[in-house]
Design a binder for this molecule. Structure first.
Ligand code: LLP
Length: 386
């Protein structure tokens, strides 16, 4: 929702830019931590969703941990004041350099994704005379029922260790004197809106939990990943996710024993609704079959529609809702036919210079921007905009 005052301020700004509502972000974080605290759950913020410095400061101030997928994310988390005892490092292809950086930073835990990676971390830790804490990322073979490009928990995906390799994991743990086994880690996919998926995940985690116990290994950390989806269709309806409902699924279905901790890694649900991509109409092309709105933002600023056929709500901020509606294909300026935000969008009749908001762009938006076509780096503005 944009006040007339903020729209006037947008008019004075060069476009495109990401607009961040840090108040909404704070309220979202508070809702999440309040709901998690009810059950003593630990929440790590998945930096990959958005590592804008002000976003990181706000998340850190709310007391969350950090879920990182590169050495640079680990360093960024620590630079922004995240407690190193709350930093986890996941990723299917950690380089030696990144592992060494995380060992030097004494992070809480590596989420390991293969037996070979366990051996490499063990060797690198041994060379430093250190012990690396590890959680085993297991592929639970649970279908997330989300877009196939953001599904991660199926046996055909590259992520995690498949269950038939777990004997090998236990054997390797026995040989790796510089690894401390902390527990298990799962993540089945992103933008999950069918909450039954999380219930199914709990059932699998309970089974695997028993399996490890039977092998005499105590699980301290049950990390169930992230993936909670947001409403891209109605960004103003309930901009803050139902965190209480989400955590209750785990409370009701996950077996947690004395001395165990439950960890989450949420990205999208924490940041998505707090930002919009603001752009201007450069040209209006009226054709016989199609009308095009050509914006000054494109796939270089927000690639989700082009990469995952993702829906983002599009609004003309300059025209009122009572203006006559026209059907447009809303496209960007990049020299690619796929540089298209959406086809057949009903918008008030639009003109060159109108401000257009592409909503729910706070997660996997700015961080996935690129310099293709030698575009300028996209700017960010915040709700304290002058
Ligand atoms: N943990 C792990 C191991 C992950 O791989 C991810 C996301 C998360 C946590 C956070 O998931 P979230 O709560 O944000 O769903 N670029 C795509 C999404 C890629 C998600 C990658 N992994 C998009 O724009 O939809």
């Amino acid at each position: 929702m944009f006040s007339p005052d903020i729209i006037t301020k947008f008019q004075q700004h060069e476009t495109p830019f990401y607009y961040y509502d840090l108040d909404l972000l704070q309220r979202t974080l508070k809702a999440c931590t309040n709901a998690a605290d009810n059950y003593g759950y630990h929440v790590h913020y998945a930096l990959k969703a958005n590592f804008n410095p002000k976003v990181l400061q706000t998340v850190q101030a709310a007391g969350l941990g950090a879920d990182c997928v590169s050495g640079n994310e680990v360093l960024a988390a620590i630079e922004h004041g995240f407690d190193r005892n709350k930093v986890v490092f996941a990723g299917v292809g950690k380089s030696d350099k990144e592992i060494n950086a995380a060992l030097d930073a004494d992070i809480f835990c590596f989420n390991v994704e293969s037996v070979q990676e366990m051996e490499v971390i063990n060797d690198l830790a041994a060379a430093k005379g250190k012990t690396a804490r590890v959680a085993i990322r297991i592929n639970p073979n649970v279908d997330a029922h989300t877009h196939h490009n953001i599904t991660t928990g199926l046996e055909e995906n590259k992520f995690g260790i498949n269950t038939w390799q777990l004997d090998d994991v236990v054997f390797t743990l026995g040989n790796c004197k510089n690894l401390e086994f902390l527990g298990v880690h799962f993540h089945v996919g992103s933008q999950i809106t069918n909450l039954d998926v999380f219930e199914k995940l709990c059932v699998r985690v309970n089974e695997l939990h028993e399996w490890f116990e039977a092998k005499g290994l105590f699980i301290k950390v049950l990390n169930v990943g992230g993936g909670l989806g947001v409403d891209y269709y109605n960004p103003d309806k309930d901009p803050i996710c139902d965190f209480a409902g989400y955590f209750k699924i785990f409370k009701d279905h996950l077996v947690v024993k004395e001395g165990q901790e439950v960890h989450f890694e949420l990205g999208r649900a924490l940041v998505a609704q707090s930002a919009s991509l603001i752009s201007r109409v450069l040209y209006v092309k009226n054709g016989q079959k199609k009308n095009f709105l050509i914006l000054d933002a494109g796939m270089t600023e927000l690639i989700r529609p082009m990469l995952y056929e993702a829906y983002h709500h599009i609004q003309n901020l300059t025209k009122g809702d009572n203006d006559a509606t026209v059907i447009y294909d809303v496209v960007g300026p990049i020299c690619e036919s796929t540089d298209r935000f959406r086809t057949d969008v009903a918008l008030p009749r639009s003109h060159r210079g109108d401000l257009i908001a592409v909503r729910t762009a706070g997660a996997y938006g700015e961080v996935m921007a690129s310099g293709y076509n030698l575009r300028d780096r996209v700017q960010s503005v915040y709700n304290d905009i002058d």
